[in-house]
Design a protein around this ligand. Sequence first.
Ligand code: ZN
Length: 307
Amino acid sequence: MNNQNPNTINMFKRQTSGTCACISCRQLISVSDPICPGCSRKNPSLWGYSRAVRGLGVDFGFTKIIIWGCVTLYLATLLADLEHIKNNGIFNLLSPSIRSIWLFGASGSLPVFDRGCWWTVLSAGWLHGGLLHIAFNMAWLNTLALQVAAAFGAGRLVIIYTIAIISGFLASSLAGEFLPASLHGAATAIGASGGIFGLLGAVVAYGQTTKDSAVKQEAWMLAIVMFVIGVITPQVDNWGHFGGFIGGYLISKVPGIVPCRPEGLEQLGLAIGSLVLTLLSILMAIAHAYTLNFFDLPAFRALLAPN
Ligand SMILES: [Zn+2]
């Protein structure tokens, strides 16, 4: 007996008979089809879970995972050092202490080059410096991520986002270490905006691939306007925005990532691998901070000194 409402999706129920949409190309297939007649994908019903996964939305729920991850880590950075939460004006409302953001994996030339914490180029993309910072980034991410998921696929969204975070913090750390101070590289940098600029780069690449000049122009306009706003706003890591945009654009040109192609298990696997690596980078930052006791190092004490 099956009186299940077809509109409700039971996440844990495996579909064993009937039809479902191919996980890659969405063509209607039989659950038992070993290969999709439309796109030749193997295991197109995802062992009978394709309907449940599709029910998570065009991004398979990855956007929610990123947002909740960032919110959880923001709360953790506040709770880890309650005494030193800053409230200096609108841009620094409910701002976690510098000790806290270093503990959870802030990036920039100090952690990457002076301390050798190379894994922070990934962890820092999930940390935020204040209420306005996280609210703005998450609202923007929510819109763009769904567009990129629709154009590229859910797995590719996560891959592009992760690569853009890494390239963004590499750019700001390299600029902080090797360029003159007047060019504003970052000693300490955090935030999802490099990853978000990477999604804009991906939309530009999508416009080029599909020869959709309206989409391409819109993404360019948005990137330029947001970049200029960053340049005139204090404390913004503009090298991170620039590096993230370039990383997101370039990875979107790589075979296997290019838009409008069905996704396979490789893309989904890489996406989940990216999220696991991110979690490891944060755990590594915490473990490293405690084992080396770097809060007692002179460079760190100088950072904490009242200015
Ligand atoms: Zn298919």
